[in-house]
Write a new protein. Structure first.
Length: 345
């Protein structure tokens, strides 16, 4: 449903508001002190999450960034190298956490769509000597945010993973939007996660919970992750209030296909009016090249804002629309109506 304030907010799926059912579940949640391990709702969320992604254990953390940084901390030592795409979230959007908190150097792969080939990993690991950081971790991001919600193919994860493991690397999946990847491909979460040692996924993006992420892996990994969560300041008390919303979010994950259909309709409508202006995404992102639309800089974005439509940027002259449960077909028509006005001006 659209927001009741009349704003159509396409900036990100992080703007979703908890449903009435989530609010009721949060109010009624059975809670305890989670730092003492006594919150039964958190336990249920962690157990359900581990079962869903096919790991031995899982840990509830306040944010996706914390989940990723905990995993990096567990898998590496100071001075090690972390292999990831140049535009990976862990490289660009986590405040330099890998360097500041784990003493890790980014070894980036300049590749489109978050894809990292077996040859890329082979190249970065075969030339190691004492002059270079010791690569110890490969990190995937699926779906890949900075390229507009694109998918890293599961067969590529499998093939590259073999080379990474042969080189002694651990593998982590930043699956902030893992369930969007599943909705787009029909694959189950465990089919992606079987190629990695740990995974982080967000409850607070397209799944719509107000707060929280899960980091999952083996029992040994999660035991150590629990220690790092404390060190990073992520221990929470009566966190079952938040976990209750996360449980409902997981139960309704199949609804993400509706977000993808809405994104497809939006992309088709924009492309019909301005052919070639849209970068297609199989998930809930629509990236629009302003240069294909505007007659003057900022015209399209300004026109959207004038009608209470919010949109984000993914780079210079690249507008990003992200669909989620709080925008609908009426909001898509509002965007297309603005485009019609821009085209006629």
């Amino acid at each position: 449903m659209s927001f009741s304030d009349g704003i159509a907010d396409f900036r990100s799926d992080t703007v979703t508001r908890p449903t009435d059912a989530m609010r009721k579940a949060m109010a009624a949640a059975e809670v305890g002190d989670d730092v003492y391990g006594e919150d039964p709702t958190v336990r249920r969320l962690e157990e359900a999450s581990a079962e869903l992604v096919g790991t031995e254990a899982a840990l509830f953390v306040p944010s996706g960034t914390m989940g990723n940084q905990i995993a990096i901390s567990v898998h590496t030592r100071p001075g090690d190298g972390l292999i990831c795409a140049r535009t990976a979230h862990v490289a660009l959007y986590e405040g330099g956490g890998a360097a500041a908190q784990s003493g890790v150097q980014i070894m980036s792969v300049d590749t489109p769509n978050g894809e990292i080939s077996a040859a890329d990993v082979q190249s970065l690991t075969s030339s190691f000597d004492e002059h270079f950081p010791r690569p110890s971790l490969l990190t995937w991001e699926n779906t890949h945010n900075d390229s507009g919600g694109t998918l890293v193919p599961e067969p590529m994860m499998a093939a590259t993973g073999v080379v990474a493991r042969n080189a002694g690397l651990a593998i982590h999946l930043d699956g902030a939007r893992l369930f969007n990847a599943c909705a787009a491909t029909g694959l189950s979460p465990d089919q992606y996660v079987r190629h990695v040692d740990s995974v982080q996924f967000c409850l607070s993006k397209a799944l719509g919970a107000p707060v929280g992420s899960i980091v999952a892996g083996s029992k040994d990994f999660v035991e150590e992750a629990h220690r790092r969560r404390k060190r990073f300041g992520g221990g929470m008390r009566q966190a079952g209030i938040l976990a209750a919303a996360g449980l409902l979010a997981l139960e309704h994950r199949s609804e993400l296909v509706a977000d993808h259909a809405l994104a497809s309709d939006l992309a088709a409508g924009i492309n019909e009016r301005f052919p070639g202006s849209v970068t297609a995404s199989p998930s809930n992102f629509v990236v629009v090249d302003e240069r294909s639309i505007e007659k003057q800089a900022g015209q399209f974005k300004s026109a959207l804002e004038a009608t209470a439509i919010k949109v984000g940027y993914i780079g210079p002259e690249k507008l990003r629309f992200v669909t989620h449960r709080n925008v609908d077909r009426v909001d898509v028509q509002r965007v297309l109506a603005v485009l019609d006005e821009v085209k006629a001006s």
